[in-house]
Design a protein around this ligand. Structure first.
Ligand code: PLP
Length: 396
């Protein structure tokens, strides 16, 4: 079937929740995707920060194939070796002591929000359940996580939302301090805002937030769903600020493609979740946990983080060169291989033209082109992508 035939079929029965591009993806390898017509694309979106190891990484594929033939799923009523090993790996490599597994970023954030409520209810009473989050944040699409999200556009039409969220400007520690009342139990932030326009926490901000949380007995949640798992050049983004949260959420790249989410927490906080407090049928099942174990081991053992730092610097330098040439590019920012190019014009048309020329990127917050290539990207692939982008920008 051709691209157009698939698009026509999809229009009939698939929910219309995405503004999709006219690209029907058939196959992927490394940093490239191929459509059903055989055309190839450089993928600098990576499934929105999912394919950090590129498409179909051989170690993830081998782990999935082997595990699929052995055991795909069993209930969390039983012990699952790969899940145990994955929890060990995540705790060895982070501040955390315990991990709850689920299936997506939104679910990981739901788990985090339940956990901080329960902790606070047991310690301080049930009136203390409110959470401070940031304006322009993004935490998911469930009722709970759109309530937490600091963007009106995701909330329209879904009232009543969950009460008890307060939004403060990202990067403004004083505003956060002012927002604290006796009803607040936690602060939830992305160390780098992804959907909000690739905004890195200003130097010292997260340390100050940690201090404020400690002074007020508040728990600190870092949503690393988009920027965890190596995207910023360290396994977790918080490491670069030298500030550990009490709770961290992960998903997207955790299994190198297959769906999995995780909530990592310190023992002090995790302790309040006992049997029956929370659960998920699929969370951390044998197939997903095995894939995640392979993906995380590859990330930390195969030099992928070093490549992310080196290629992040290189891509940033190349994007800065474009900034010097095109007056409508206002700023290039980000960390590692999550980079944003803020324009003084809308970015949607540039994304569309780049796709036509064989480069996949996207645009957040209307005017910010976002670059999220796989962390295994090479200088040659960056050069190819930049040549395409340059060609597109020349015609704007
Ligand atoms: N949190 C952040 C920071 C995200 O970027 C996203 C998705 O883009 C989510 C949560 C929601 O993740 P999911 O789509 O897996 O539910």
């Amino acid at each position: 079937m051709t691209t157009q035939e698939w698009i026509t079929r999809g229009a009939a029965h698939v929910a219309k929740t995405y503004g999709r591009y006219p690209l029907v993806v058939e196959r992927g390898e490394g940093c490239r995707l191929w459509d059903v017509d055989g055309k190839s694309y450089l993928d600098f979106l990576a499934g929105v920060a999912v394919n950090n190891l590129g498409h179909c990484h051989p170690k993830v594929v081998a782990a999935l194939q082997q595990q699929a033939a052995q055991l795909i799923h069993c209930s969390n009523f039983f012990h699952i070796p790969a899940q145990i090993e994955l929890a060990e790996l995540l705790c060895e490599r982070s501040f955390g002591d315990r991990v709850f597994f689920c299936n997506s970023g939104a679910e990981a954030n739901e788990a985090a929000m339940k956990l901080v409520r329960k902790y606070s209810a047991e310690k301080f009473g049930t009136d203390r359940f409110e959470v401070i989050t940031a304006l322009a944040s993004f935490h998911g699409r469930t009722i709970g996580t759109i309530s937490a999200t600091g963007q009106d556009k995701v909330k329209a039409g879904f009232n009543p939302l969950l009460p008890g969220f307060h939004y403060v400007p990202f990067g403004d520690a004083e505003a956060l301090r002012q927002a604290i009342t006796p009803r607040i139990c936690a602060v939830m932030l992305e160390p780098v805002q992804g959907e909000g326009g690739v905004r890195v926490a200003p130097p010292g901000y997260l340390a100050e937030v940690r201090r404020i949380c400690d002074e007020n007995d508040l728990l600190l949640i870092f949503d690393e769903v988009q920027v965890g798992c190596g995207r910023t050049g360290t396994l977790f983004a918080y490491e670069q600020d030298g500030v550990a949260p009490d709770v961290m959420t992960l998903a997207k790249a955790l299994a190198g493609g297959p769906p999995i989410g995780a909530m990592v927490a310190t023992e002090k906080v995790a302790e309040c979740f006992g049997p029956g407090s929370h659960g998920s049928t699929f969370g951390g099942n044998p197939l997903m946990a095995t894939a995640a174990l392979a993906a995380m081991r590859t990330l930390v053992e195969d030099g992928v983080l070093d490549n992310c730092v080196a290629m992040g610097n290189y891509l940033r330098r190349r994007l800065d060169e474009l900034k010097n040439r095109y007056p409508f590019i206002k700023e290039v920012r980000g960390r590692g291989l999550i980079l944003g190019m803020e324009l003084s014009i809308p970015g949607a048309d540039i994304v569309k033209q780049a796709l036509e020329q064989g480069l996949l990127i996207n645009c957040t917050a209307n005017t910010v082109l976002r670059f999220l290539p796989p962390l295994i990207v090479t200088p040659e692939e960056i050069d190819q992508a930049l040549a395409i982008l340059d060609g597109v920008l020349q015609n704007i």
